[in-house]
Design a binder for this molecule. Structure first.
Ligand code: PLP
Length: 424
């Protein structure tokens, strides 16, 4: 192994980091290992991971059972082309996912990450209608949505600072109101009245608009959208890349709200946060819309690492850890969030405190939510100095911890936020 001073220098010289303005003075924190809820930097200093390392770590860092499953699989079958070939980890994972997904989602298409899972979902929906000979070119999505950084996913996402340089190249989307701000169900009904026959699908992040500001919306609105979509024959795509695998309480937000979407997108927590893997699940009806003797009706989509066996083995090991004990831990996180936010809410800078399962958030200060608000980097740096990893979305502060976090560790995160807020 090279000394941290050497590889840190190579990082500075050669690496371009994501969502990072390298023109501003901010060093990358060198992490050498991780365990449970903690990352450890090159000096051995523990950093409590309050955001599950971009929302992916579910059971905890370096969980031994997932690590062992990965090592076992890597020594047996590390990779094989998934067109024309198959393997046990993918087939077993598909069956295990179908067992826990909202009932009716029967087919699993693998890809690489959240963005590709979303890309596949939209291609599935558009081609489903095209294959039937009744093309529907339009897709609807929510204001303040975030679905990823590839072009299709950016098209579906709300327009803003992330998409601005590319806006001219993004496809048309029928935009519905943010359900936390407007009557999304009536707006969808009106859209169906005017353009229903053009509408292939509606894409939503069920109950939680994540990167758009951790905005929590009502299950009744989700059910309203679902019922309208069903009646109009519009496909409902649930992007559960963030909300899947227990984040919002139940294993899947859509299932918890009592609906089955036509298509679901999964990633992030799918492998417990160990390896990249995406899944697009769909109903048999959609799958059957591609069955034909005509090869042009094939879903022409695949990635080099589709259904990578090691990633599938990690996902199977992670899924097996969703026991009753894990449910108890998630409920405990929610309980601590509610009581801690209740104490914070008296501070004048704490606005719109909200909790959904293991996710807690509030808006800092009186300004509207804004990703470029400097309070985010300031709080992030303040927390890091105190051994806590927070990465606010501008002035939206959120806590989204791995499920292994203890109540006292969670309280410590709130104490850091409180001292910052009191000094602000
Ligand atoms: N969809 C949602 C709801 C997300 O929150 C994200 C990422 O944050 C994505 C899609 C994109 O996932 P990825 O970053 O793995 O491409």
């Amino acid at each position: 192994m090279s000394a941290p001073s050497t590889w840190r220098q190579f990082d500075t010289t050669h690496v371009w980091h994501p969502y990072t303005q390298h023109g501003l003075p901010r060093a990358q924190v060198p992490i050498v290992r991780a365990e449970g809820a903690y990352l450890f930097d090159a000096d051995g200093r523990p950093i409590l991971d309050a955001i599950s390392s971009w929302w992916v770590t579910t059971h905890g860092h370096a969980h031994p059972e997932i690590a062992t499953a990965i090592a076992d699989q890597a020594g047996r079958l590390e990779q094989v082309i998934f067109a024309g070939f198959t393997h046990e980890p993918a087939a077993m994972l598909a069956a295990e996912l179908v067992r826990v997904l909202p009932s009716g989602l029967e087919k699993i298409f693998f890809s690489d990450d959240g963005s590709t899972a979303v890309e596949v979902s939209v291609k599935m929906a558009l081609q489903y209608w095209a294959n039937r000979g009744t093309p529907r070119p339009l897709v609807a999505a929510l204001t303040n949505a975030y679905h990823g950084d590839t072009f299709g996913a950016m098209s579906l996402s709300g327009r803003g600072v992330f998409t601005k340089p590319f806006d001219a190249h993004l496809f048309e989307v029928a935009r519905l109101p943010d359900p936390t701000e407007g009557d999304v169900v009536s707006a969808f009904a009106a859209l169906i009245d005017t353009r229903g026959s053009e509408l292939a699908a509606l894409v939503v992040e069920p109950l939680l608009l994540g990167a758009g500001g951790m905005r929590v919306w009502e299950p009744s609105a989700l059910r309203g959208l679902h019922d309208l979509a069903k009646a109009a024959g519009v496909l409902l795509i649930a992007d559960e890349v963030l909300t899947g695998f227990g984040r919002t309480g139940p294993l899947f937000a859509s299932g918890g709200a009592g609906i089955t979407p036509d298509i679901v997108c999964l990633s992030k927590g799918l492998t417990g946060g160990f390896l990249p893997l995406g899944v697009t699940g769909c109903t048999n009806e959609i799958f059957e819309g591609f069955l034909s003797g005509d090869r042009t009706k094939t879903l022409f989509h695949g990635h080099s690492f589709t259904a990578n066996p090691i990633a599938c083995a990690a996902a199977r090991a992670s899924l097996a850890l969703f026991t009753e004990e894990c449910d108890v831990r998630r409920r405990e996180i929610e309980r601590v969030h509610v009581s801690q936010l209740d104490e914070l809410r008296n501070l004048p800078v704490v606005r719109r405190p909200r909790v959904l399962g293991t996710v807690a958030a509030f808006d800092f200060g009186q300004e509207d939510a804004d990703y470029l608000n400097p309070i985010g980097p300031r709080l992030g740096a303040y927390a890091l100095d105190r051994g806590v990893l927070l990465r606010p979305l501008g002035n939206t502060v959120y806590i989204l911890p791995p499920y292994c976090i203890t109540a006292s560790e969670l309280v410590r995160i709130y104490e850091v936020i409180r001292t910052f807020a009191e000094g602000a």
